[in-house]
Design a protein around this ligand. Structure first.
Ligand code: CA2
Length: 145
């Protein structure tokens, strides 16, 4: 059985650490990727960490994960609030998908309160900063052990 976990990141997350540190903290996405790889080593996962600004690419990666990974952690960025395509892609694959948000989306603008992907995901972690990615990896280990 594969130990690979895809950690997928959506639009604008490549700008982390450069703007809005009050909301998202000071870490760059590269920092978060490194933290995930270190945690993955401890937990026993090989982390495949990716980012795209394109919805269809994220859909393709979810399908690819179904063949190559034992689970997915996804921060879909703003597509979280709009994307039926991502909802359907998560439902179309058989491995567990955990949704992560750096900020507490429920404490922000109303348009961020609704997640289109939450009903299809195994669970959601929001509001704990970049540490949410690490929490999601532990959760994935727990539900797949
Ligand atoms: O809190 C999260 O992780 C979000 O998924 C981040 C998204 C946002 O659209 C979601 O509502 C919540 C935004 C991604 C990063 O956007 C930036 C904007 C300005 C500066 C740096 C990053």
């Amino acid at each position: 059985m594969t130990r690979t976990v895809f950690v997928l990141n959506g639009p604008n997350l490549n700008a982390l650490g450069k703007r809005e540190p009050g909301i998202y903290g000071g870490k760059t996405l590269k920092d978060i990727g490194n933290d995930c790889r270190v945690a993955g080593e401890e937990i026993g996962f090989d982390i495949d960490f990716r980012q795209s600004n394109h919805e269809g690419v994220l859909v393709d990666w979810l399908h690819e994960a179904d063949d190559k990974a034992m689970g997915v952690v996804i921060n879909a960025g703003a597509y979280t609030h709009t994307s039926i395509a991502l909802h359907d892609a998560i439902r179309a694959i058989s491995i567990p998908v955990i949704e992560v948000h750096i900020s507490n989306i429920h404490a922000r603008e109303e348009f961020r309160h609704k997640s289109m992907i939450a009903p299809a995901a195994k669970g959601m972690i929001a509001g704990f900063g970049p540490y949410g990615y690490i929490m999601a990896l532990h959760a994935l280990k727990n539900i797949t052990a």
